[in-house]
Design a protein around this ligand. Structure first.
Ligand code: SME
Length: 154
């Protein structure tokens, strides 16, 4: 089992070698899912207009491939431009279910300046699976990804 610092170092090293955005996102979700045992589903949504569109992910297929800003935990995090941690998804009325096994979730926006480019979404089958170490790790990974994603003219 890797520590969060080890995982960040591995992802940073991998992304330094990788300029292609899609490959960088694929490597990132694969590294997070494989090295952190509590991470049951890891995906990246990219903002397209007023919708979040599902990009690379590892885990079961999600019915939520397009999420309007403001809907679900994902849409709330993008609208608020802030990380959201939900310890018990069954008690959060915003929650859009992906899998019945999911118990907790963290969503971290990928920001460039004050613009939301997308977000990292992680689900866990364990309640309250995400703590400050996960928040710090995923916010650092989001900053690394922000450097790899193309600039979209708005
Ligand atoms: N649970 C998310 C939807 C995405 S799936 O978990 C992959 C939400 O509430 O926005």
């Amino acid at each position: 089992m890797s520590t969060h610092d080890d995982v960040l170092s591995k992802i940073r090293a991998a992304l330094q070698q990788e300029r292609d955005a899609t490959t960088a996102m694929r490597q990132t979700v694969a590294a997070l899912k494989s090295q952190l045992p509590g991470y049951s589903w890891v995906g990246i949504y990219l903002l397209d207009g007023n919708e979040l569109v599902l990009g690379p992910y590892v885990g079961k297929p999600s019915p939520h491939t397009r999420i309007p800003l403001g809907r679900g935990i994902c849409g709330a995090a993008a609208a608020e431009k802030a990380t959201i941690v939900v310890d018990d998804v069954s008690r959060d009325t915003r929650y859009l279910a992906c899998s019945p096994e999911t118990k907790s979730e963290i969503v971290v926006p990928i920001m460039r300046g004050s613009d939301v480019l997308g977000e990292i979404d992680v689900d866990s089958d364990h309640p309250a699976a995400f703590d400050q170490r996960d928040r710090v790790l995923l916010e650092a990974v989001a900053a690394l990804l922000a450097e790899r994603l193309p600039v979209v003219e708005r």
